[in-house]
Design a protein around this ligand. Structure first.
Ligand code: UDP
Ligand code: MG
Length: 329
C-alpha cells in the first residue's frame, strides 16, 4: 500500500483537483493507496471539503489538528499515521505533480529506500526566492554534516524502513528536509519541473522563510555557536595588536589626548559582536528550552477513516504526536 501525505492549510480550492489527479495516477498504477490529508488549522472550508471527499472515497483519510501547528508538524502527523509500505508527501497546491509518482515507485522497486523528487525548474517563483533558496542549501550543507539535497522539497518517496527510522527521531522542532537527509538510507533522484500553484497563494513570506532557514541551520549545525568564539578570538587578537601600536605611538610621540573616534568605534564594534554572539547563543538556548518542555509536535482533534485494508491499530484518542511506539502489522 502507498500512503500519500497531504498537509493542507487553507487549500479549499485545490483539494478536489488534487484528488482527481491523484485518482487518475493511482488507478493507473493499480496498487492500494490512501490519501492522508492533514488539516493544519485551516480557516476556510478545507475541512468540510476534505470530509465530503472522505464520504465519497474512503481512501481519503482526514486528520484534523486542534489548531495550526505548521507544515512540518502536519507532515510528521501524516508520517505517524501512514499505513503504507511507502509514504509520499505531496503539497496540496499541485506544485508537486502526482504524475511523478509512478517514477518514484519504479525507483523504489529497484531497491532504493528513499527517492527524492528534485526540481529542475521552479515556475511562478521570483528570482529572489530561487537564488535565496540556492544560497540556503549551499550554506547549510557547508555548515552541517548531513547532506541536504538541494532543490528537493518534501516531495519524495519514503519506504517503510526509512519511515520507521524517521519516527524514532524525538525532536520537537522538526526541520523535515534535514531529518529526511539525516536518516540516510539508499536514495535515488527523480527530476521534475515544478509548476506554479493551482489556486490560492503561498503561505511563506520572506520572514517565515528566513526563520525556516535559521531553524534548519540551528537544527543541524553548531557552527554558528563556534563562529561566535572564533570571531571573539579574532577581534581580541586585533585589539591586542592595536593596543601594542598605541603603546608604541605613545612612547614615541607622547600622549596627546585624542582617540575619541577610535575608542567609540572599538566600543561599538565590540558591543555589536557581543550582542550578536549572545543572540546566537539565545537561538540555541531557546530551542533547548522548547525541546526540554517535551510537548507533543501536534494534537489531533479528530480523524476520519484509516485507509482501506488498513493494518493500523486504532487511533489513540488524543492522537498525541510522537506516539512512536505504534506497531504496524
Ligand atoms: N502548509 C501547511 N501549514 C502551513 C503552511 C503550509 O500545512 O503552515 C501546507 C500547504 O497547505 C501546502 C504545503 O504546505 O500543501 C506547501 O505550502 P505552500 O504552497 O504555501 O508553500 P510553497 O509551495 O510556497 O513553498
Ligand atoms: Mg506551494
Amino acid at each position: 500500500m502507498i500512503s500519500l501525505i497531504i498537509p493542507c492549510h487553507d487549500e479549499a480550492d485545490n483539494i478536489a483537483a488534487l484528488h482527481e489527479r491523484v485518482c487518475a495516477v493511482m488507478n493507473e498504477i493499480g496498487e492500494p493507496w490512501e490519501m492522508l490529508c492533514v488539516n493544519d488549522g485551516s480557516r476556510d472550508d478545507t475541512l468540510e471539503r476534505l470530509l465530503a471527499l472522505h464520504r465519497e472515497d474512503p481512501r481519503v483519510v482526514v486528520i484534523d489538528f486542534s489548531r495550526k501547528f505548521g507544515k512540518e508538524a502536519a507532515l510528521t502527523a501524516g508520517l505517524d499515521h501512514a499505513c503504507g509500505d511507502a509514504a509520499i508527501p505531496l503539497d496540496a497546491d499541485l506544485q508537486d505533480p502526482p504524475e511523478l509518482i509512478p517514477e518514484l515507485l519504479a525507483k523504489w522497486r529497484e531497491g532504493f529506500e528513499v527517492v527524492n523528487a528534485v526540481r529542475i525548474t521552479r515556475d511562478g517563483e521570483s528570482w529572489f526566492k530561487r537564488s535565496s533558496a540556492h544560497l540556503f542549501y549551499r550554506v547549510i550543507n557547508r555548515l552541517s554534516n548531513v547532506d541536504i539535497p538541494p532543490d528537493t522539497g518534501d516531495f519524495r518517496l519514503i519506504s517503510r524502513p526509512a519511515l520507521e527510522a524517521l519516527k524514532q527521531l524525538p525532536e520537537r522542532r522538526r526541520f523535515m528536509k534535514g531529518l529526511f537527509a539525516w536518516v540516510g538510507f539508499r536514495s535515488a533522484n527523480v527530476y521534475y519541473h515544478r509548476e506554479p500553484r493551482h489556486a490560492g497563494k503561498t503561505k511563506w513570506n520572506y520572514w517565515r522563510l528566513w526563520n525556516f532557514a535559521v531553524e534548519g541551520i540551528t537544527s543541524f549545525s553548531q557552527v554558528p555557536l563556534q563562529l561566535a568564539s572564533y570571531l571573539g578570538f579574532t577581534v581580541s587578537f586585533l585589539a591586542l595588536l592595536y593596543a601594542a601600536w598605541l603603546i608604541i605611538q605613545t612612547l614615541v610621540y607622547g600622549n596627546s589626548v585624542k582617540g575619541y573616534p577610535s575608542m567609540m568605534v572599538t566600543l561599538l564594534f565590540l558591543g555589536g559582536i557581543q550582542l550578536m554572539a549572545l543572540g546566537v547563543i539565545g537561538e540555541y538556548l531557546g530551542r533547548i528550552y522548547e525541546e526540554s518542555k517535551q510537548r507533543p509536535v501536534y494534537l489531533v482533534r479528530q480523524t476520519w477513516g484509516n485507509g482501506l485494508g488498513a493494518v493500523c491499530p486504532p487511533q489513540d484518542p488524543l492522537g498525541a504526536g510522537l506516539s512512536h511506539g505504534r506497531e504496524h502489522g
